[in-house]
Design a protein around this ligand. Structure first.
Ligand code: SGN
Ligand code: CA
Length: 542
């Protein structure tokens, strides 16, 4: 009996061991299998962003200023957004909004001066946790080591056009050559040699161009040289009824520096301007060959400029044309880079399962209201280009006219990757919108801007935009309300806030504004806090 009992026990034990073994094998196999299946189906994401790229300067938007065949490919093969907007039209805050999916007054990066808290959640961190390989390449404009990235190679601050410095995983080094090309090469190198090819990837590929001071790449110095650009119809704006706009310091005629912005660095040193030395330092970064190409192009223009002694309207139009040529030339190199990345994806069988987004950190004025730069809630800087392709899901030639904001990128990427979207995120995924699967979408968007007193003199403001109307409140050293009927006045030349014909629109828009402020958690008190911090950081006495 004893022996039988023992034998039984051994048999049971053996069976258990076998069962345990089989279960383990099954578990290991099934886990691996499900991991593989879900990982291989998760889309890769290439998030391309340039700095200050106006939608007017992308040929897919049809303004006819230039030709960007590669950026246009994203629209042709995917979707173009006609009402893409930012929440705060300035560089570093815009990047913080994109990463966190939260408004500036929530993520804390309200202006280019305030610090960014990398410890808070961002979508790259979430994707990394979910098994993505992540990389951040190019301009980030947020101090500190980027968090959420397996690899980072970023420009310090604004970055330089020639012989740019980069910070690779925290270590500084200088690259010879032109920044746009260098950034593209780093991106291609990461795709080909540095990432773990077994995992889905997220790559933020962010160009410095076409940011001021618009220094073109050698090969594009003469691009469109025979083209004369006509300025927008409101180039000679008198800012009537818009005192905040009148207070600007971003006029092409009034504020552009002849040397720093317009490259009139004469060898004789006769053209003396406030920022001549600063431009000399940028020029000196070029090597001998680059300088020779630069001089061959600009020297005759400088001679002609000195001989012609233009004034008034003629001088304004000359400045506008110099600006447009340089600005658009820097974009041509950006477009080349987009082409190289798209070609890489195609050649490596990654095209079908990769989402490619092209956008800018905000829009930009190309002479509208007589301006360069951004910051205002007026259309050209409030809007931003957004083009998205994802062959697996998005129909070629899709056009989106709904109000979408840079606040929506984080939740959209998480949605595509099948990762939970935290309740704290304030944006909405536009995945279903692009697929035509939603019948309801937001009918208004909210905006804030804080960097005043500051460069370009754009006063603090916030506002709301619906499909047709826009209400803006400028505050701090001014208390000015503006209302625009975008259908009748798309160039925003006529402030109808005090027009009795718009009394009920005004009332509705005030209600909309309050609704937005409550929904997102903004208030006058928050504005005051942000203002106090800013003035302290800039050492300005209140
Ligand atoms: C620099 C530019 C400004 C620009 C800000 C912000 N001046 O200060 O013209 O408005 O950046 O741009 S420059 O002399 O340095 O070129 S942002 O895109 O970084 O927000
Ligand atoms: Ca910018």
């Amino acid at each position: 009996m004893r022996f039988l009992k023992y034998k039984n026990r051994v048999m049971v034990k053996n069976r258990l061991v076998v069962l345990f073994f089989l279960m383990s094998v099954f578990l290991i196999y099934s886990c691996k299998k499900s991991e593989k299946v879900s990982e291989s189906s998760r889309p890769n994401i290439v998030f391309i962003m340039s700095d200050d790229h106006a939608y007017q300067a992308i040929s897919a938007y049809g303004e006819g200023l230039n030709n960007t065949p590669n950026i246009d490919r994203i629209a042709t093969e995917g979707a173009i957004f006609n009402r893409g907007f930012v929440t705060n039209s300035i560089c570093a805050p815009s990047r913080a909004v994109m990463l966190t999916g939260k408004h500036s007054f929530v993520n804390g990066k309200v202006d280019n001066v305030s610090p960014f808290n990398w410890d808070q959640d961002n979508f790259a961190k979430s994707l990394q946790k979910a098994g993505y390989q992540t990389a951040m390449i190019g301009k980030i404009h947020l101090d500190g080591l980027p968090q959420g990235f397996d690899y980072s190679n970023v420009l310090p601050g604004q970055g330089k056009y020639y012989a740019p410095e980069f910070i690779e995983n925290g270590v500084k080094k200088t690259y010879p050559g032109y920044v746009t090309k260098v950034t593209t090469d780093i991106a291609l190198d990461w795709l080909e040699n540095k990432r773990d090819k077994e995992k889905p990837f997220l790559m933020l590929y962010h160009q410095k161009a076409p940011h001021r001071t618009w220094m073109p790449e050698e090969k594009y110095l003469t691009l469109m040289d025979d083209k004369t650009f006509d300025p927008p119809t409101n180039f000679f704006d008198d800012y009537e009824g818009r005192p905040a706009a009148a207070a600007h310091e971003m006029g092409i005629y009034k504020d552009m520096d002849l040397v720093y912005d317009l490259k009139m660095l004469d060898k004789e040193g006769e053209i003396k301007t406030k920022y001549r030395e600063a431009f000399q330092r940028n020029y000196d970064r070029m090597d001998a060959e680059q300088k020779a190409a630069w001089d061959a192009y600009y020297d005759p223009i400088i001679d002609e400029f000195k001989a012609n002694k233009l004034e008034g309207k003629e001088l304004a139009l000359w400045k506008y044309n110099r600006y447009m040529h340089d600005y658009l030339r820097t974009i041509q190199s950006v477009d080349d880079g987009v082409g190289e990345v798209l070609d890489y994806l195609k050649a490596n069988g990654l095209e079908e399962n990769t989402i490619v987004v092209y956008t800018s950190d905000q829009g930009f004025y190309l002479g509208e209201h007589g301006w360069f730069d951004k910051r205002f809630m007026y259309e050209e800087s409030f809007r931003t280009p957004i083009l998205v392709k994802y062959p697996k899901e998005i129909k070629p030639g899709t056009v989106i006219n709904e109000l979408v904001q840079n606040l929506d990128f984080a939740p959209t990427f998480l949605d595509y990757a099948g990762v939970d979207i935290s309740k704290e995120i304030q944006g909405e995924s536009f995945r279903k919108l692009v697929n035509g699967e939603v019948s309801e979408w937001r009918d208004a968007i909210y905006y804030t801007y804080y960097e005043f007193p500051g460069e370009h003199h754009v006063k603090r403001h916030y506002g709301v935009r619906t499909d047709r109307y826009k209400l803006i409140h400028f505050y701090y050293d001014i208390d000015q309300w503006e209302l625009y009927d975008l259908e009748k006045d798309p160039s925003e030349m006529k402030n109808v806030y005090n027009d009795p014909a718009y009394a009920s629109v005004k009332e509705d828009m005030h209600k909309q504004l309050e609704k937005m402020r409550t929904q997102y958690g903004d208030s006058d008190e928050l504005n005051q806090n942000n203002l106090d911090h800013y003035l302290k950081a800039k050492n300005i006495k209140h």
